[in-house]
Design a protein around this ligand. Structure first.
Ligand SMILES: Cc1cc2nc3c(=O)[nH]c(=O)nc-3n(C[C@H](O)[C@H](O)[C@H](O)COP(=O)(O)OP(=O)(O)OC[C@H]3O[C@@H](n4cnc5c(N)ncnc54)[C@H](O)[C@@H]3O)c2cc1C
Length: 467
């Protein structure tokens, strides 16, 4: 029998961070990865947010192009708006703004890289700290002794013992199931995300995309689709909760690819499709059932991706660290009870991940109702938004007359926009600004006041010679 202080199932970013932390704390640590090497089984690429550099500076400064050749950072992100005719009706491009408070967030929005490079890179920190990694090893079960978790079993029936097991095994977590923490995700807690991986030359990408690293395609004909640029290629993907698909997700992804605008972009970049992938990604209002006797769940296994846009690597790394620190305390106290391990919840709630989930429900709800509801919401949102944006550059009429036309057109969207604002925007603002929602808005008053304000807009301009 192989005996350890701590066992970690999964060699993704969360598992590696947990293994690194545990080994640095002096624990005899092993982590298991079913792939031939970390990163083999994941989505092929990712964007990393600057918070990783802020919170883990000594580690992240070692992520260099020599170690991770696919790296590409960009200071610009683009938001495309596609109308129900499938036309890119406009776009907005943004760079970090003046209120952004630290480097490297001031310099770039996202650092993109392939998981086949990033995951082995982060696993190396765990190995250097003294953790043992077993690759090509599928853990199939939890070991139990006297009713308590006492280790894990692999597919060849090899047994490994430890008083505490960390489930870092991703969206379809065996550890979560076998420990009784979860049977399976509810349909509105898990998304399926197909994506195309395109190859393109680094020179073309740099020449044509410049500082752009990321784009979000907001649309009335498919759920919001993301585009991430790497050194020699890019991803185009989209996801939605399992209970939101009315057709095969690929049908909607192909709608993005078949946009005339998109086809032109592919031609300009001389991009070639390399792979079609599909992955599951948990997306929750709030993580729950994160630990029990002898078991802690981290990252995707625990449902930690961001409630707004499902960034999952940073939360996996943060919760991996918190779980290993809790495990070390449990070992010192020789107490592996659910009650003792609730220290884990206290720890992660104090982090930036915990802070994100303080408005988890409201962030989740607004994302679900807006970009992930193309037919219901984006069909009026895109033209309304474009009315404002497009009007600025329109000289089809005298400008003042044009402004009145736009105001009147915007007014026509209000029967749909106002209930949306009250249902999703005000609760989010109330949570963010810690205001009492009831005081912030009285729905009755608002419903009657806003149309009155709109009525103040002149319906018809008097001619100059009439005044
Ligand atoms: C298409 C897509 C795009 C994404 N893009 C981004 C992005 O740009 N930025 C971002 O921050 N997040 C992104 N995410 C989310 C991110 O990938 C995850 O949140 C993150 O990888 C979670 O890390 P983890 O360590 O918890 O789990 P994982 O990365 O899933 O790692 C789990 C590991 O455990 C292994 N494993 C599973 N079961 C077993 C077992 N029984 N035995 C042994 N090994 C096992 C797996 O092979 C895997 O390597 C994306 C997700 C998807 C699906």
């Amino acid at each position: 029998m192989n005996a350890y202080d701590i066992i970690i199932v999964g060699g993704g970013p969360g598992g590696s961070m947990a293994a690194k932390t545990a080994a640095n704390l002096g624990l005899k640590t092993i982590f298991f990865e079913r792939g031939r090497k970390p990163g083999e089984k994941n989505s092929s690429g990712c964007g990393l947010g600057p918070r990783l550099w802020k919170d883990f500076p000594s580690m992240m400064k070692e992520l260099t192009p020599e170690k991770c050749p696919s790296m590409r950072a960009g200071s610009a992100a683009r938001n495309y708006f596609v109308n129900k005719e499938g036309v890119v009706a406009g776009y907005i491009m943004n760079h970090p703004t003046e209120s952004v408070s630290y480097e490297p967030a001031k310099s770039w929005i996202t650092m993109n890289c392939y998981r086949s490079e990033f995951d082995p890179w982060i696993a190396d920190f765990a190995l250097e700290a003294g953790a043992e990694l077993k690759t090509s090893t599928l853990i199939t079960n939890l070991l139990k002794k006297d009713g308590k978790i006492s280790g894990v079993v692999d597919e060849h029936n090899n047994k490994y013992e430890a008083p505490i097991v960390i489930g870092a095994d991703g969206a379809v977590s065996m550890v979560a199931k076998q420990s009784g923490l979860r049977t399976k995700w509810a349909l509105d807690q898990i998304t399926v995300t197909p994506q195309y991986d395109f190859q393109a030359s680094p020179e073309r990408i740099d020449d044509i995309m410049g500082d752009e690293a990321l784009a979000v395609w907001w649309s009335a004909i498919f759920p919001a689709s993301y585009q991430v640029f790497f050194h020699d290629g890019f991803h185009q993907g989209l996801g939605n909760w399992l209970n939101k698909w009315d057709k095969n997700p690929l049908y909607y992804l192909n709608r993005v690819i078949n946009l005339k605008y998109y086809q032109r972009l592919i031609r300009t970049l001389d991009a070639k499709p390399r792979e079609l992938q599909s992955h599951l990604l948990p997306w929750l209002r709030y993580p729950y059932n994160t630990h029990t006797d002898g078991v802690i769940l981290i990252g995707d296994a625990g449902g930690f991706p961001c409630p707004l846009e499902a960034e999952g690597i940073y939360p996996a790394i943060v919760t991996g660290k918190a779980a290993a620190e809790t495990a070390a305390e449990a070992i010192s106290a020789d107490n592996f009870s659910k009650d003792f391990l609730s220290k884990y919840d206290i720890l992660w709630k104090k982090t930036s991940v915990g802070e994100e989930f303080e408005a988890g429900e409201e962030l989740y709800n607004i994302w679900k109702a807006l970009p992930f509801s193309p037919q219901e919401t984006m069909t009026w949102f895109v033209p309304m938004f474009m009315e404002v944006m497009g009007g600025i550059f329109d000289w089809s009429q005298p400008h003042a007359k044009r402004v009145r036309q736009i105001a009147s057109q915007i007014k026509s969207y209000m029967p749909k926009a106002l209930p949306f604002i009250m249902k999703y925007v005000f609760p989010l603002l109330a949570k963010i600004f810690e205001e009492d929602l009831d005081k912030m808005m009285d729905p009755q008053k608002l419903m009657s006041a806003i149309p009155k304000i709109m009525d103040l807009l002149p319906k018809k301009k008097k001619r100059r010679d009439e005044t």
